[in-house]
Design a protein around this ligand. Structure first.
Ligand SMILES: Nc1nc2c(ncn2[C@@H]2O[C@H](COP(=O)(O)OP(=O)(O)OP(=O)(O)O)[C@@H](O)[C@H]2O)c(=O)[nH]1
Ligand SMILES: [Mg+2]
Length: 723
């Protein structure tokens, strides 16, 4: 049997279970004995929760994070890893999550145990008090479907725990006791399911053994009335008794039928696992569990813990009582994480792909108030619950001062702490005090700006986010982003995949309403932003030419500065457009109006010629520029510009700040040096240079430094070497 006592994780960790350390020895013996006994009874589809303690009742595995410290930890072990009980391949199985709901003591946990063989109440306190406090889990295999049960507490004080469990479920098993019928938490849980948009469910009338047929008929009528007009209107209503076993088979059949109607979840979406439990397991380290609501995850994946945004590695995965290499949406999943301590993890955090999302602090949402709630004032504080997370939030109505019972409106929720969620995610709102469920809603924009009241643009924008298709939503997002949007920005804002984004953009790009302004990272902008930017650039270029008639063009950097706050991508796209349309031309770093020649007046042209001649004649013994200017027919500001033109045309070469040579003189100097090198060797002392060129020391030094820069010579001590 020892070989079969494998831990829940990768078999390679067998040696590291921690069960070998001396203080655990007694526990190991007992564990093996328990497993042996269980193995004799269990079938391959059974999974077993085992409570392990050592002789001194010291917990071996500590899950004090969610359980009272006195409780022993429960470890989900893979009991039947031996070859006698092959485990069916995962992928052929449909995974469906069933959540219980209903009033305290109505028999939810008992029913789950009757269906699955597993008591979902795992905490010692739960067992002692006979009530469920926190979420419990169990599995049932039914003809190709694996049902993962999330059992929730009915006690009104633990509705927040119920909310952490109900988030990822595919169908609800609404439990109503025959002897009590509909009670407050029957209503509250049912309201929560409606607000979360849970699409289907089954109603079980439990404890049918306690009432006669007449009462049962009455309860059924009450239930039919209760669910009329809701998603449960046509749901099967099945009387059961966990005590006598009556109705259990019928219920299983309905569960299977309902499970089959659950559409398969798309494993290609972004991976998201809202965490509902975390604990440390000796030999493994940190383990988190949750319902995998979207996408898939593999062993060895790098994932990120949001909101703290810590990257961790998936060391092992476990689902439905066995170790797996990959888990997909719709599965209860336990993840063994490397690179993080248990203490750093809380319920409400989410595992998701690294680096692609950003937790939200402020979201715009459609909020609906229950008919039974009191009117809710704008700016009211509420408890916000989404996935397994909760936060205190301020609800600010976009329009109006108060939300009436049963009404719905657009509101901004300002969260007191960040929560990772995406547009389309449903949430629940509970009254601040006394705490009770008052409504819920759906997130529309998780990166919301602060709005002015009654701003019609905001209302229109949010309406598109709420009702539009992806193409329309993308267009609205881009229109609201004058700087354009990159692929990562769009993904983090929408939760779409890269493929979704490209598809949503394709039509608009083809229709020239959107522009791809950068291939990497792929970024888009509205055609209007690019056109607006191009218009600004044209004007800036014209203005520049007018102010600087003698300069060939505006440097790109300067033009960028004049383009206003636009993004670099839009600037380049707009400039490209202008060049392609032959409106402007670029040469090197300069941008000018296309076809523009620097128009010099006759006077200026003459001055230009004069300057050039003067310098050419001077050779290396150049005149001071001031001396040249004095001879010119134009005033000095324009002469300076003409000098700039000559420098740009490389007719003149600037050697030092006040020292300009004609290019012919420099070319001659290079020849002279080459000749000198051939005849007299490469060494060139400064006096030799002065003699060779006939320049004074004042010119010789800057000239030599220029030649050094040009790699014609190199300085060695006091001398130069001709290269
Ligand atoms: N007679 C009878 N008693 C039942 C039946 N199902 C459950 N009970 C009893 O009802 C009590 C409550 O059952 P639980 O399963 O703990 O109820 P629960 O809905 O899980 O309660 P919370 O989780 O605390 O909300 C227990 O004492 C059960 O033994 C049933 O079919 N017949
Ligand atoms: Mg219970």
């Amino acid at each position: 049997m020892t070989g079969a006592v494998k831990p829940a994780w990768d078999p390679s960790y067998v040696a590291g279970t921690g069960l070998h350390s001396s203080d655990l020895r007694g526990a190991k013996k007992r564990l093996i004995a328990t497993l042996s006994e269980l193995e004799n009874r269990a079938t391959h589809s059974k999974h077993i929760y085992i409570t392990i303690s050592n002789r001194n009742k010291k917990p071996l595995f500590d899950n004090a994070h969610f359980a009272p410290p006195s409780a022993f930890d429960l470890v989900l072990l893979r009991p039947l890893a031996s070859s006698r009980h092959p485990i069916p391949a995962m992928d052929s199985t449909k995974h469906v999550i069933v959540g219980t709901a209903g009033h305290i003591d109505h028999g939810k946990s008992t029913l789950v145990e009757a269906l699955t063989g597993t008591n979902p109440d795992r905490l010692e306190e739960e067992k002692r008090r006979g009530i469920t406090i926190d979420l419990g889990f169990a599995f049932l295999d039914l003809e190709g479907a694996r049902l993962g049960f999330v059992d929730v507490p009915g006690h009104e004080r633990f509705v927040r725990n119920m909310l952490a469990g109900v988030g990822g479920i595919d169908l609800v098993l609404l439990v109503i006791a025959a002897d009590e019928s509909i009670k407050p938490q029957t209503r509250e849980h049912f309201d929560i399911c409606r607000l979360l948009g849970i699409p289907r469910g089954i109603i079980a009338i439990t404890k049918s053994d306690l009432v006669d047929a007449d009462v049962l008929g009455l309860v059924r009528l009450e239930i039919e009335e209760f669910v009329r007009g809701s998603f449960l209107e046509a749901a099967p209503i099945i009387p059961v008794s966990a005590r006598s076993g009556a109705g259990l088979d019928a219920l299983k059949q309905e569960l299977l039928r309902s499970a089959q109607s659950v559409p398969p979840r798309d494993a290609t979406r972004h991976f998201r696992l809202p965490i509902d439990r975390s604990f440390a397991m000796k030999g493994f380290g940190t383990v988190v569990t949750g319902t995998l609501v979207s996408g898939a995850v593999k062993v060895e994946d790098e994932v990120e813990l949001y909101p703290p945004q810590i990257r961790v590695r998936v060391r092992g995965l476990h689902s439905g009582g066995k170790s797996v290499t990959r888990a997909v949406a719709g599965q209860r999943t336990a993840v063994n994480l490397a690179g993080i301590e248990r203490e750093e993890i809380e319920r409400g955090m989410v595992l998701a792909p690294p680096g692609i999302f950003e937790p939200a602090r402020r979201l715009d949402a459609r909020v609906t108030l229950l008919g039974s709630a009191r009117p809710l004032k704008s700016r009211a504080r509420v408890h916000f619950h989404q996935g397994t997370a909760e936060a205190i939030a301020e609800m600010v109505l976009l329009d109006g001062k108060e939300l009436a019972p049963g009404a719905s409106a657009i509101a901004q929720l300002r969260l007191e702490k960040p929560v990772l969620l995406l547009p389309g995610d449903r949430f629940i709102l509970r009254q601040f005090s006394p705490v009770e469920t008052i409504g819920g809603g759906v997130a529309l924009d998780v990166r919301a700006a602060r709005h002015r009241r009654n701003d019609p643009h905001v209302a229109q924008f949010l309406e598109t986010l709420e009702r539009g298709n992806r193409e329309e939503i993308l267009a609205a997002l881009v229109a609201a982003s004058p700087h354009g949007l990159s692929m990562p920005q769009i993904i983090s804002r929408t939760g779409w995949t890269g493929g979704d984004v490209r598809q949503a953009a394709a039509n608009s790009i083809e229709g020239k309403r959107l522009r791809v302004v950068s291939p990497q990272p792929w970024s888009i902008a509205s055609a209007k932003s690019v056109a607006d930017c191009a218009a600004v650039l044209r004007k800036a270029i014209e203005d520049f030419h007018r102010a600087n008639p003698l300069l060939p063009g505006i440097p790109k950097q300067e033009l960028r500065g004049r383009a206003g706050k636009t993004s670099a991508e839009i600037f380049h796209a707009a400039l490209d457009d202008l060049v392609k349309a032959n409106t402007v031309a670029t040469s090197g770093d300069l941008v000018q109006r296309a076809g523009r020649e620097i128009a010099l007046s006759d006077e200026e042209a003459r001055a230009k010629e004069l300057i050039e001649k003067e310098f050419e004649r001077a050779g290396l013994t150049v005149p001071s520029f001031v001396a040249v200017l004095e001879k010119l027919p134009v005033e000095s500001r324009r002469a300076q510009k003409i000098l700039q033109i000559l420098l740009r045309e490389k007719v003149l070469i600037k050697v030092a700040d006040d020292l300009v040579f004609h290019r012919a003189a420099v070319a001659r100097l290079r020849e002279t040096l080459a000749k000198y090198r051939k005849e007299r060797g490469e060494r060139l002392p400064i006096p030799a240079f002065k003699e060779l060129t006939g320049v004074t020391r004042k010119y010789a030094i800057p000239l030599l430094e220029y030649l050094d820069r040009e790699h014609v010579t190199r300085r060695v001590g006091d001398e130069r070497v001709i290269l």
